[in-house]
Structure formats: C-alpha cells, structure tokens
Design a protein around this ligand. Structure first.
Ligand code: AMP
Length: 554
C-alpha cells in the first residue's frame, strides 16, 4: 500500500483533478482519517501548503535559489533549461516533476521524515548546506512526491485547496462543525493540533494562547465616505490610519513578544516598547501600529524602516528614530479572551489600562455623516496620518478576516501592492544595476499573475545595489538587459491614475507609477488583485469625468 509522502502526493493530485469543493474535502477527509496520531498533524499542516504550522516561529524562507540549485544538481539540467521549464509551467512543483521525470525506485519516505528534513534545512546556516539537505531528500522521492515537497516549500500547493477547505476537510473527517474547527485554528494557530483535537472530540478545549502570533483582523478598502456611512450605520468609530507596521504585543508574566503583520517576531527591533511593557501589571495581548515618532508627531515610514529587521538596536539608533506603539485593540487581559467582546468593551478596557509611554492610544472619534468623515479625514492628514479606519463599535475581533466591520479610507492616496516579475538594467549611472521593475497583480479568476506596470526605482542607490544582487539570485531567465524573476518581492506602488491599456496583459496600465517601498512584511499572498484594480479604475474614471466636467464649466 502506498504511504508517506507518496500517498500525500497522490491525494494532492486527486484533489487537484476535481473542481468540486465537496469532492476535494471528501478526498482530504478520507486521507486524514487514515493517518495515525503522530502523522495526522503533519499531514493537515502540509495540506495548507506550509512546512510548519502558522504558530511555529520557524520559517524556511528558502527562496528560489536553493530549490533551483538542488534541481540543477539532481536533474542534471542547467539554469537556463530550468528557467525555461518554469516559464512553461509557472509552478515550481510542476518544474520539479518534469526535471526528475523518469527517475524510478524511490525510497519510502514518511511525512515525519520530510518534516525532519524541513527542520534540518531550517537549522542549517549556509545556503550550500540547505541545498544539500533538500537535494538528499528529493533524491529519495518519486518525481510526484518531490513535486509536492516543492509545492510545500513555495507555500502554495495550487490544487484549489484554500485554508478554509482544509478546515472543512478536518471537520468532515472527524464529524465536527467547520466553524468550530476554524475558530480553534485561529485561537491556536496550529491546524495540526486542531486536527488532533477534532479527532478526540475536544475542539472546545482550544484556548487563545499567548506567545504565538494571532492572525490580524484586516480592513476592506472603501473610497467613498457616503458608502462607508451606509455600511457602518449611524454609529461609526473613526480612528486615524497610521502608516507604520502592524504590531501585536504579547505579555505573559515577565515575557514579552512582539509580532509583525507577517506573523514574524520583531521583539528585538523595539527594545523601548518591550521595556515599557514589562512595567504593565497585567498579562495581555495588544494590537496596534508601531510608528516612528518625534517631537510630538508621527514621522514618515522610511524613518521607521531603519529600525526594521534589526537584531540589536544601538542606543544611537534608538535616539535617532524613537518609536511608539499606538494601540487600538485589546484581545486578552489577565486570563480573559476578549475576541468575542464588542469593540466598545475592548476599547473601554484598553483605556482603563493607562498604558505607559511609549504606548499611545489610537485617536478615536465618532462620525455620523459623510461630511463628518471628510472633515476627520483632513484632520488625520494634518496629523500626518495616511487616512482613516472606520470601525463598527459592536463588532467582534475576527482574526485573519478582511471583513466589513473595519473599513479603510485612503482616498486619492491609493497605492497598490504588487509583485516584481521582471527587472531590467537602468540608464545613465544605473546602467550596471537592475533598477527598472516590471510588476504584476493577481488575477483571481485565471489564478495567475498579470503585469500592470513598470517603475523606475524610487529606491536609494544602496537599496538598488542590494536588490540587484537579490534579483540575480532569483532570476528565472536572463535575456541580457532584462531578466524574468521568481515572483516574490512585493512592492507598494503609488501612481497618478489607472488606465485601460493593451501594453500589459492585465489590460491596465498605471500613470507615473513610483515605488513607495519594498513590503518585506508582505508576501505573494498579500498582493492586490485584478478585481481591486478594476474597482480603483472605476473610481479613477469617475474622478476624471468630474475633472472634465469642471474644466468644461470653467
Ligand atoms: P493596508 O495595509 O492598506 O491593508 O491597511 C491595513 C493596515 O492599516 C493594518 O494592517 C494596520 O497595519 C494599519 N493600521 C493603521 N492604523 C490602524 C488602525 N487605527 N486600526 C487598524 N489598523 C490600522
């Protein structure tokens, strides 16, 4: 009987082959039921397309280069052929299967073996050692099983099985309710553990645990004040939208941990926040925004950037770029899980805490009419914040959801999060560096990336030099001046307008696109969709019609 990684891959193929969600969950449930207690958690997590559970702080961040090099060694192909194969398939898993085709006599490999290799890859310090570990694993697998290892490493199985469906599969396997499974998964951040709880009929024992990142609640974009007021009703809570990085602070006894939006730990980069938190006489979980702040005002994002990614922050940098934690939510207090309390109650408890500096509370005010919102928007901009967050005071905290209980109003400042798909050498003094980036958004309907523009870097020379090296390492095909790259670098781009255009395969083009920043805190999963672009395009066209009208009336 087929077992281990081979069985996993075959079930993956069966799931991929059907478009019926019901059939996908049935196949998954059948597979999960057959796993023993030690393997069940691994199988459930692997089917989310990740090597480790969300809660796990180990991230492989393997990058294309390691997979490419291990394939080159194993499949005896060159870089060029591999790049070509990628361009044909646009899926690393499929490339691996093609390159290894014809290899027979795989060695039986359990899911636990694969997980152990992932852990060793994580622990190895050098790219060479990581590549060796991966090559040794791939060497033992059939082309099909290797394909699925590749898929897990890139973080997306691409078999039409979104995280929600894995939860449904677990529910179906163990006769539990799907919402109970999802909730337990949000609280624990570990679908593997949830699968075991579900099997034991113990889902209700799942508790919000501190010291692991909880998925953040997100906001939906809305361009229009009147539409926002219609959505939220007559009581709208309006907070400034701060332009820093999202932060989640956990304090349990003397231990304090800070997580960023991508659920990575960033504690070391913000020592003053940690020091102040240690004086708070409570266990708690705060949600807020980390900001650079000096002389009573929020500083631009690029100043905060100097603090990001630091393992040690010297006293000098602390002085040059002081930071604050602007709290807007309280999710746990002294043993009490507050997620299902209304925002009104969470904010009341938050205010009662009287947090010490450098903690601050988000600026909060009520709005009754669209005109109120417009006025508050201008005030927020005067406070150097980028827009507004409008929240329903009756709403619960929904981790990981981009619902309608939180709406963000950014207006004309719209930016898009895009992924770089190609890079080109620049002109003049930039003719030796890769400074021109072609970028794409995600077309959900066709499940592919579509290009929408090209930006001549708004980055500093140092950043461009660093990115040039990086882009070289993730090149899929080198055409000389132009290189196609593995789509993984996320940019936030600003622009003046969106136009319909045949220049790019999205059918749209941006006017005067410029890079606002590299979003190291975002991944391919976070980029904007073509549907968002269409919405923005409609908003922009509306605006242009207005401009034409006002020009005519003059
Ligand atoms: P975006 O990154 O454009 O999707 O906007 C959502 C982000 O705005 C959140 O992830 C937070 O980092 C940030 N943000 C700033 N101020 C607030 C606020 N008052 N409430 C919630 N999120 C906020």
């Amino acid at each position: 009987m087929v077992s281990g990684m081979e069985a996993f891959a075959r079930v993956g193929e069966a799931i991929r082959a059907t478009t019926s969600k019901l059939e996908k969950t049935r196949l998954l449930a059948e597979y999960l039921v057959g796993l023993d207690d030690a393997t069940l958690p691994i199988g459930a997590v692997f089917f989310t397309g990740r090597p480790f559970a969300d809660r796990d702080q180990r991230k492989l961040n393997l990058g294309y280069a390691v997979i490419r090099d291990s394939m080159i060694q194993l499949g005896q192909v060159d870089e060029q052929a591999l790049g070509d194969a990628y361009l044909r398939h646009s899926d690393i898993g499929d490339v691996i299967e093609e390159v290894l085709a014809g290899r027979t006599h795989p060695v039986p490999t359990s899911l636990a073996d694969v997980l152990q290799t992932f852990i060793r890859i994580y622990e190895q310090r050098t790219v060479r050692k990581k590549t060796e570990e991966l090559r040794a694993l791939m060497d033992r697998l059939s082309p099909l099983a290797a394909k699925y290892v590749g898929k897990i490493l890139t973080g997306d199985l691409r078999i039409g099985l979104r995280a929600g469906l894995v939860e449904e599969g677990i529910a179906r396997a163990f006769h539990a309710s799907a919402p109970d499974v999802s909730w337990a998964s949000l609280l624990t951040g570990d679908l593997g553990e949830v699968a075991l709880l579900a099997r034991g009929g113990r889902l209700r024992e799942a508790r919000l645990r501190l010291m692991h990142p909880l998925q953040f609640m997100l906001a939906s974009p809305e361009e229009d004040a009147a539409a926002i007021m219609r959505r939220v009703g007559d009581e709208a809570w309006v907070e400034d939208k701060y332009d820093g990085i999202r932060g989640q602070l956990h304090k349990e006894g003397g231990r304090i941990v800070l997580y960023s939006r991508d659920l990575n730990e960033v504690t070391a980069a913000f020592p003053e926040v940690v020091e102040a938190a240690s004086a708070i006489p409570h266990d708690l979980l705060l949600d807020g925004e980390l900001l650079a702040f000096r002389d009573g005002r929020v500083r631009p994002f690029f100043e905060l950037q100097r603090r990001l990614g630091r393992k040690v922050v010297k006293a000098e940098l602390r002085q040059e770029v002081p930071v604050i934690f602007t709290a807007f939510d309280l999710l746990y207090l002294d043993g009490r899980d507050l997620l299902l309390e209304p925002l009104r109650e969470r904010r009341r408890l938050l205010e009662e805490l009287n947090l010490p500096s450098p903690f601050m509370l988000a600026h909060l005010i009520q709005a009754q009419t669209p005109e109120d919102l417009d006025r508050i928007f201008d005030d927020a901009r005067a406070r150097h914040n980028e827009g507004l967050m409008v929240k329903d005071p009756k709403s619960v905290y929904s981790p990981g959801r981009r619902g309608l209980a939180w709406l963000k109003l950014k207006k004309a400042l719209a930016t898009l999060d895009v992924v770089v798909t190609g890079v080109e050498v620049g002109h003049g003094k930039r003719k030796h560096v890769l400074s021109d980036y072609t970028f794409a958004v995600y077309d959900e309907r066709a499940d592919r990336l579509v290009n929408i523009g090209k930006a001549y870097s708004g980055l500093t020379d140092v950043e461009i030099a660093k990115m040039t090296e990086y882009f070289k390492s993730i090149t899929l095909k080198d055409y000389g001046r132009f290189r196609l790259v593995q789509p993984e670098v996320v940019l936030e781009v600003a622009f003046d307008a969106i136009m319909e255009s045949g220049r790019h395969n999205s059918g749209f083009a941006l006017r005067f696109p410029r890079i606002v920043r590299i979003r190291t805190d975002k991944t391919l999963r976070d980029i904007d969709t073509l549907a968002n672009v269409e919405t923005l395009h409609r908003a922009f066209t509306g605006e242009r019609v207005q401009l034409v009208e006002s020009a005519q009336s003059q």
